[in-house]
Design a protein around this ligand. Structure first.
Ligand code: PHB
Length: 415
């Protein structure tokens, strides 16, 4: 489906063109108009209210995380469309940029949105390394508010937390810590981990082994790291088969998760060496993974089978709008829309009221989210339930709550 099907004014990261003679004349006329208006002494916001709110969307639309970016965007736009595509009574102008999940381009991409396009809000992103670079730009631009709809980089809401940086998704720690005790309880001792070597993979493995160790589970048998976006798993699977761990703990996501789960099922008997991980292993991937995913147990803050009215509505509407099955990424986009709608309603659309916008976001208690009730922590990260899930007949069945209302430790955050 095309973005424009959602309505609203959507512009894609367009480049400025050189000024023509007509532009120069127009600017002269505009300057004269400003002089005339300022004589009338209108309150600042009365002028601002006529202009659209500018929302930058910085997400991956290419590479292994492309589908994550797409589903976050569609969940977000769907929520805004439900509310008539207005924020605090104002029209919305979107500026959408593909960050390619590339940290090297992140400072530039964010600066273009903040300084070049002068957006009021930046919605982004998926990749923890890109998010860290975004925060560096945003913290120096205190009037711009960033809402992160996925990237779990712990640091964003710990040492590097900032008043104008919020997250509607999770910290990497939260997604894996609850699985440690669960794997220990199942009697597995020799655990091998495998993931992409970047902030998210590192933090998730650390969190899992922290929980595992605390529950008396012991040290990792072996940790395998591969460069981000590599999806060549054959030599790793040969190594796993040779080492014969009791279980494997792994983080991959997007098209990387599809391939890993399929390759694993083809090479290894999961009854002998079960595969565990954060729910990203089986999110937005189940149709492509097919039988290869059956039986995989994960932890996550949402599941398609969560029997809540808000979840049933989300899944039905997402399917109707996009033709695709909703996933956790769509939910995070959707909740990002709710957060923004409420904050902008609280200030009557006045994007200059930064302190009040921040206060409204800090006060968030989501009682109508598809994931169940969550609230914003002092460090601007969701406090939420983490569910234990198992893939059954192509869906993530909820086995129970692995950790209720889990808060990130938020170490080093002073707000
Ligand atoms: C991250 O880089 O923080 C990240 C990416 C994809 C996920 C989860 C976390 O599914």
């Amino acid at each position: 489906m095309k973005q424009s099907d959602f309505g609203g004014r959507i512009r894609f990261g367009d480049r400025p063109r050189p000024a023509s003679r007509r532009d120069v004349l127009k600017r002269g006329a505009a300057a004269a108009a400003v002089v005339a208006v300022s004589a009338v002494v209108l309150p600042r916001f009365a002028i601002g209210a006529k202009t659209p709110v500018k929302v930058g969307i910085l997400l991956p639309f290419t590479g292994v995380y492309a589908k994550l970016g797409e589903n976050i965007t569609d969940g977000f736009l769907m929520r805004l469309a439900e509310a008539g595509n207005k924020l605090g009574g104002r029209e919305i102008e979107f500026v959408k940029v593909d960050d390619e999940a590339n940290p090297a381009k992140a400072v530039d991409n964010t600066t273009k949105l903040v300084k070049g396009k002068r957006v009021d809000f930046v919605i982004g992103t998926v990749h923890s390394g890109v998010a860290a670079a975004m925060v560096k730009v945003i913290e120096k631009s205190p009037k711009t508010i960033m809402i992160c709809p996925n990237a779990g980089n712990n640091d964003m809401t710990r040492d590097s937390c900032a008043p104008n940086v919020f997250r509607t998704s999770f910290s990497n720690w939260q997604t894996c810590y609850p699985m440690g005790p669960e794997v220990a309880k199942r009697g597995h001792k020799k655990i091998l981990s495998v993931t992409w070597k970047y902030a998210a993979g590192q933090q998730m493995m650390d969190a899992f082994f922290e929980g595992f160790r605390k529950a008396g589970g012991g040290e990792p048998l072996e940790q395998i790291w591969i460069p981000f976006e590599d999806v060549e798993f054959q030599s790793i699977l040969t190594k796993i088969a040779a080492l014969k761990p009791d279980a494997v703990f792994s983080f991959f996501s997007g098209s990387g998760a599809v391939k890993f789960v399929k390759d694993y099922a083809a090479a290894i008997d999961r009854k002998q060496i079960p595969l565990y991980g954060p729910g990203f292993l089986t999110e937005g991937t189940l149709e492509a993974q097919g039988a290869a995913a059956e039986g995989i147990v994960t932890t996550l803050h949402w599941a398609d089978t969560l029997d809540l009215p808000a979840n049933r509505k989300f899944l039905a509407d997402f399917k109707a709008k996009t033709g695709r099955t909703g996933d956790v990424f769509g939910v995070q986009g959707y909740d990002t829309g709710t957060l923004l709608l409420r904050a902008m309603a609280a200030v009557g659309g006045d994007t200059a009221a930064t302190q009040q916008l921040i206060a409204a976001m800090e006060d968030t208690v989501m009682t109508d989210s598809p994931r169940g009730t969550w609230r914003m922590s002092k460090s601007h990260n969701p406090i939420q339930d983490f569910y234990l899930r198992r893939v059954e007949q192509g869906r993530n069945t909820v086995l129970g709550v692995a950790h209720a209302q889990l808060d990130d430790p938020a170490t080093g955050c002073k707000l």
